[in-house]
Write a protein that binds this ligand. Sequence first.
Ligand code: CA
Length: 650
Amino acid sequence: MKRYISDFGRFDRENAYYGDDLGAVTIGEITTFRVWAPFCTGVYLNLYTGGTGNNKIETLVMRRQDRGVWSVELMHTCYGYYYTYTLEYEHREYVETIDIYAKGCGVNGDRGFIPDFSELEPKDWNETPRPVCENAVDAVIYECHVRDFSISENSGVPFEKRGRFEGFTVEGTRYEDIKTCLDHLKELGVTHVQLQPVNDYATVDESKPYAGKYNWGYDPKNYMCLEGYYCSDAEEGEKRILEFRELVTALHKAGIGVILDVVFNHTYFTEDSAFHKTVPYYYHRLNRDGVFSNGSGCGNETASDHAMYRKYMIDALKFWATEYKIDGFRFDLMGLHDIDTVNIIRDELDKIYPPLLMYGEGWTGGESPYPTDRLAYKWNSYSFGRVGLFNDNLRDGIKGSTFELRSTGFVSGSDHAIISVKRGIAANSRYRALQGIADDLCWAFTPAQAINYCEAHDNNTLWDKLSISAADRTPEERRKMDKLAAAIVILSQGVPFIQLGQDFLRSKPKILPEGVERNEFNTFDENSYNAPDETNMVRWEEKKKNYDVFLWYRALIALRRSSPLFRLRTCEELDAHLHFHNNTDIIAFELIGTEECYFVVFNHRREERYVNLPHGRFYKRLGEDGKPEYKRFEGGVHVPPISCAVYKRL
Ligand code: CA
């Protein structure tokens, strides 16, 4: 197909369509199909009874309306039908595609499906409210992949529900006496689950549900449809919708919000994507030479700055927030979206549900032709409000550079990282006491803008990173390092983020072909996006084995949620309540409120440290075992090697 547009600004002014009625819209007994396809010489609607196969009902001619919108009206509802469009170019070239506005799809996402959402309401759907989250800093986010969560035979979930949306809905699951899955989430005390992409992705064949295939899902195909691999029957368009709503209901009932990981920054297919087929060379950014640019590192990048892709993102997000009661969005490679789009999305979502969380990766996966000062990069954080950014500065300060296997961080003994961790404790914000040195690293304009973490789906797990970078230390010491890392993430100002299983030393062993020898570079998988379950799944038996680690994470989360001093809302509050002690070789700080005072020590050294307590009498709020010690402390305390201790004033 040829390129029709030379000036996108002018093209948008003359052709962008702002109606909120694209796709298949049913009002009363009439269903109208509308598609924006300004370059076509004809558009046809194909109706089918199935999501695949030879079962066409009829093909209808669509009529061109204003601004390149084509439509056809049917005098009956079309619920339960599948459909595609055939697009005609230059009166001779024909291409069939799914509707980018399809709200459901058939197997493998090649035909749209028309759902009646009012008929797809699981039990308690309307009665279950969204969990309350007043401010983003009140959230504790837990990143999960749908399949990893319950696919293990020790998950306690019945075989036919493992690895699927349904895996999140089963109560009372155990491995021996250990709580797993949904019960585990409740026991741990997280407030939000962030699901790796659940919208329809391309590379796993949904028609073979037991083939054991795997993908993280950053290969998006349909942005308003759910992934069929996570559903009990991908052939039936209703099932994935109903089962995902059951997941949302189960988590909401448990008081846990649902955050979706959205990958609007690129499309898995380029020329073969529904976007390009419908409006050639419009939805993706192009380099000066007219070739698709690759700011995502995945072959292309989308153009949020073009009016109709911006509108598409807004429409899709509003759809998820309303039809699925979603509580937040995590934007993959958010640095590829322009700042205006990000701000408009925030405003639009505020109209639906103001506490909804928005955050993303403030970087890209390659070079974009779009001006960097207008993209949602981390260093442009002052340009977008109430949108969080992953805090890679704290991440690398805690454990060492993510990209250098052997690099060490604060918990593995690096003194150079002390300042990075201190900045992280102050949410990498404009906190007064740390101003003057490396101010560009103090990028957060409110604590809520810093998403603090040291492990996510990308790169090695924390435990694997420590196994490599601290190989010369004992496993017992590395365990202490892991716990100290957790304390930093969870007790820092900002929003804590942890990965599924991080709380019981999750590892991702690399599966090697026969005959390949194991070495430090291939023992663990640092990019397991399509690796088998043996690498990716959570092993619930490890929770039992590392139960002390789990209890520690749980205690930290409970402590954080128990006091507003760990969840300060503004930089002014940080200035008023957070005070670092001048220990040069470890980190100690006070959080002083009107009613409470905490004293927190992070000792990363291999020796015990004697630390002066602030004035007054204290008790140990959190010791190494995660439990309080109700004994009176005054003057000073001994803090064990590689540990965190928290004292509270009596
Ligand atoms: Ca799929």
